[in-house]
Structure formats: C-alpha cells, structure tokens
Design a protein. Structure first.
Length: 126
C-alpha cells in the first residue's frame, strides 16, 4: 500500500504482517519503508497499532502502540527480507538509523511541512 502523498520527497509503502479483529478492536502489525528522493537513504519501521471502532458512525480511533526500529522478534524476518530487497534494488542507499532520523537540526525547514523546525526523517522522507 502506498503511503506518501503530495510533496513528500520520497516514495514509501507499508506491508500488513498481521491483522486481528475482535469486536470493535483491530490490532495490526505493519512494516513501513521509504526511499528518499533527495539522497541515497532508506528507512524501515515496524508499527504495532490499535483501532477502536465507533459503531455509531463507522469511524475509528487509532493509536500506534509500539515502533520497532530494527530487526526484532516478530518483525525480524520480514524486516530483513524487505531490507535485503531494498539493498539489492538500491545498492548505494543506506538505512537511516531511527535515532538519527528523529534528530532535530536547528534551522532545518522544508517546503512540504508547516513546522518551523523539522527532523532529519521529515526532511528526507516526508
């Protein structure tokens, strides 16, 4: 599933690894990955998320419970598979570590974001 729209400087996708629905609650495990169009960079994150459905108006309330940033436990096999595929397609690209991507650079602004100061990941991937 494509996940970027508008002026984001990357193309990205997500893969649903697991989806469980019990009553009004949906729990998913997903891998999200992006390839920057500004430089030779990729990122991969795993998300555990929950949606609680409101039966009255068919909308839901969602939350990301956990972000997995490296090959770990139930994400390990899929994470490494996607990383290997990205590395074979983009051999000169490097994975941006989560901690570096979350870093703030004073004065960093990008046209596609309203924030006065952006993170490295916001600038590279949107």
């Amino acid at each position: 599933m494509g996940t970027r729209m508008g002026q984001a400087p990357s193309f990205s996708f997500s893969v649903i690894l697991e989806r469980k629905k019990e009553g009004k609650i949906i729990h998913t495990k997903e891998l999200h990955f992006a390839v920057s169009l500004l430089g030779n960079f990729i990122q991969i994150h795993g998300f555990d998320s929950t949606v609680i459905l409101d039966q009255k108006n068919q909308k839901g309330y969602s939350a990301i419970n956990v972000v997995t940033t490296s090959p770990f436990e139930e994400f390990k096999e899929s994470f490494e598979y996607i990383e290997n595929k990205l590395n074979s397609r983009y051999p000169n690209h490097r994975l941006v570590p989560f901690a570096i991507g979350q870093g703030i650079i004073n004065g960093l602004q990008v046209n596609h974001r309203d924030e006065e100061i952006c993170s490295v990941s916001s600038a590279l991937f949107g």
